[in-house]
Every structure is written in structure tokens, then in C-alpha cells.
Design a protein around this ligand. Structure first.
Ligand code: ZN
Length: 182
């Protein structure tokens, strides 16, 4: 069975059996926090479990590497929406060890796009310099610090909102504190 069909078939039963009842909550985060972390598959269930987070507890924003390098990108917008419109009053930036964005090589990445049939002419059409855009980091803790600084210095961030920085182990769930926002 194709994945989409598998998902749709499971979903039909999930709804009929009212499995959703165990997850009933609303759009406001019970723990009044927003977490910005990496899209890594290992963190999908592990991170909430390791932080004791249930459905409804936090707003969760994700991207590759938990990298925030532009104060006007959609990540920062999401964090600000969580704070101003959805009652979050604390921010957690959580990168992780062994992240795919560690020492990310933009040239190697562009080669991968070519392997998937992307032409050089398409790469030339990009409105950004791919070597400036497709960047990772050397050290997750340093990357977290940088993201925390960008969030803290955002003109729309209220002064009383603490921004914490952490790095999580994707195998054990152990958190290392990089920066305490209080
Ligand atoms: Zn990652």
C-alpha cells in the first residue's frame, strides 16, 4: 500500500474510533512556551517525552538544524505569533548533537539536487546565493547561542520573555543547557 493510502486508511479508523479524545486541548499552550527545534526524525517523539510535554503544552516550530539566521523569516514570525497571539511567554531553542546541518556542505548539497535531475540552469535562477543560503553550523551550542541572540534582539520581542538555549542528545534525550534566559 502506498504511504498516503496507508495514512488515509489509518486515519479513517482513528476518527471513527474517537482516538482523538485522548488529545483534546485548545490552541493555547498550557505551559505557555514555544519551542524551536530541528526537524530530525529522532526527535519527533523523543523530544516531547524527554521534556514531559503533552499535546497542548507548547507551540512547536521546526526546521532543518533549528537554525535561525534571519530575523524576518517564517521561523521568527512563528515565534512572535506564538508569543503575541497565542499566550506563549517563554522561548526554548533546542538544537541537537549529530545534526545533519553540522558542517553542512552547500556544494555537496547542490550536487545531490543535480543527482535528482535539477539542472544547473535552475540553480542559476535562484534569487539567493546558494552558498550563503544553504548554510549549517560547526557546533550546535554555538548555533543555539546565535539563534537565541537573534530572537532576544528582535524589535517585537517583549523584554520580559526569556529565551533559553539547549542542546539535546537524539539518542538519550539528555538536555545540555547552553543559555538560561531568566
Ligand atoms: Zn538536526
Amino acid at each position: 500500500m502506498m504511504l498516503l493510502d496507508e495514512i488515509l486508511s489509518f486515519n479513517e479508523k482513528f476518527v471513527v474510533d474517537k482516538k482523538y479524545e485522548a488529545y483534546a486541548t485548545d490552541k493555547f499552550p498550557n505551559k505557555r512556551a514555544v519551542i524551536f527545534t530541528c526537524m530530525d526524525t529522532r526527535l519527533v517523539e523523543l523530544l516531547p517525552k524527554a521534556l514531559n510535554l503533552k499535546n497542548g503544552d507548547v507551540k512547536m516550530v521546526k526546521n532543518a538544524g533549528a537554525i535561525l539566521d534571519d530575523p524576518y523569516d517564517s521561523t521568527m514570525k512563528s515565534i512572535l505569533v506564538a508569543i503575541h497571539a497565542l499566550q506563549a511567554d517563554e522561548v526554548f531553542v533546542i538544537a541537537h548533537h549529530g545534526c545533519g546541518m553540522t558542517n553542512f556542505d552547500s556544494d555537496a548539497f547542490l550536487e545531490l539536487t543535480k543527482d535528482r535531475g535539477i539542472e544547473q540552469s535552475a540553480i542559476d535562477q535562484l534569487k539567493v546565493d546558494p552558498n550563503e543560503w544553504l548554510v549549517g553550523f560547526e557546533d550546535p551550542a554555538a548555533s543555539v547561542k546565535k539563534s537565541v541572540e537573534i530572537i532576544e534582539n528582535h524589535p517585537l520581542l517583549p523584554e520580559d520573555v526569556p529565551v533559553h538555549g539547549l542542546v539535546i542528545d537524539p539518542a538519550t534525550g539528555k538536555l545540555d543547557l547552553v543559555k538560561k534566559g531568566y
